[in-house]
Design a protein around this ligand. Structure first.
Ligand code: BV8
Ligand code: ZN
Length: 249
């Protein structure tokens, strides 16, 4: 990453009045949460998305899917926000209008002090009934599922149907209010900072594209090449915990 690129991005950030920060799995990588598509450590290298992250998968084998998500929820509970999450909260505190849009299902932005991240893909911490949508509470600190261990889902207190993870699976619509808020913020911002996302999953990947189309500058923070390289005006090739604190210094 060139020093001048970093300075250029920092000065854009200093001038911007309306900012969107758009984050993906790379944001939490340095906290110890695995990404999805990284060549060696990505979850989809070890697990089959079709067998775990679709409504069909849950229907076919609820205990397999529930156990896998409980393993991820437990893993996230043991991690802490990294310097990148803290820098994002700092951006929000400084900029008059800042909206944080995340594809992540962890709660590390909240724990770093971000008040109201827009969760496009739901949350590991918001399970709900698979039939009537009633929110379900799932106690923490109980059994610690290991990767691949089956665990039958609890039953809804209202209708007794199986409780499901509160995430958006492949083939499911994104929460309408979250998607609308993200599109609206992207269309009206002057700077969008995209962090740690491959830009391959739609419709989330539209968000930086909407910002660019409506005239915003797009800054990307990612150590690798991504599908958003073309959309970005400035590419900062580094990790979230390294680059973001330097941007707000
Ligand atoms: C839908 C939640 C319709 C669950 C996830 C258009 C074209 C082609 C296909 C489609 C299309 N439109 C829709 C589709 C289908 C599909 C899709 O996009 N498929 C793709 C993959 C081909 N989309 C859907 O199915 C969506 N729904 O379209 O519904 C509809 C409409 C109405 C009514 C009914 C239906 C729903 C998609 C939601 C999927 N849910 N997650 C869970 O977590 O288990 S997906 C999953 O990918 C993740 O959760 C994540 O949120 C998302 C994006 O991944 P990234 O965050 O980008 O992570 P990735 O590993 O890919 O990349 C990591 C990046 O970090 C890399 O660039 C790496 O270099 C970088 N990095 C690594 N270390 C660091 C770092 N960066 C910074 N610092 C570091 N230290
Ligand atoms: Zn129910």
């Amino acid at each position: 990453m060139g020093e001048s690129e970093l300075r250029k991005a920092a000065s854009m950030l200093g001038r911007a009045e309306r900012i969107v920060v758009f984050t993906g799995a790379g944001m939490s990588a340095e906290s110890g949460v695995p990404t999805f598509r990284d060549a060696l450590t990505g979850l989809w290298q070890r697990y089959d998305a079709q067998q775990l992250a679709t409504p069909e998968a849950f229907h076919a084998d609820p205990a397999l899917v529930w156990g896998w998500y409980e393993w991820r929820r437990d893993l996230v509970r043991r991690t802490t926000p990294n310097a990148g999450h803290l820098a994002v909260a700092e951006i929000e505190a400084r900029v008059p209008h800042a909206v944080l849009v995340t594809q992540n299902v962890d709660d590390l932005h909240e724990r770093a002090g971000s008040a109201a991240p827009v969760h496009l893909h739901g949350s590991l911490f918001a399970p709900r009934c698979s039939a009537c949508d009633r929110p379900a509470s799932v106690p923490d600190g109980g059994a610690e599922p290991v990767g691949g261990r089956r665990l039958p889902p609890p039953r809804c207190a209202g209708c007794a149907a199986p409780v499901r993870p509160g995430v958006v699976w492949f083939g499911e619509a994104l929460p309408q209010s979250a998607l609308a808020a993200a599109v609206e913020a992207a269309a009206s911002c002057d700077l969008l900072v995209t962090v740690g996302t491959s830009g391959l999953v739609y419709p989330a990947a539209e968000i930086p594209q909407v910002a660019a189309r409506f005239g915003a500058t797009v800054v990307q923070v990612d150590p690798g090449e991504t599908a958003l390289d073309e959309v970005a005006d400035v590419n900062l090739r580094g990790t979230a915990a390294q680059v973001l604190p330097a941007l707000v210094e």
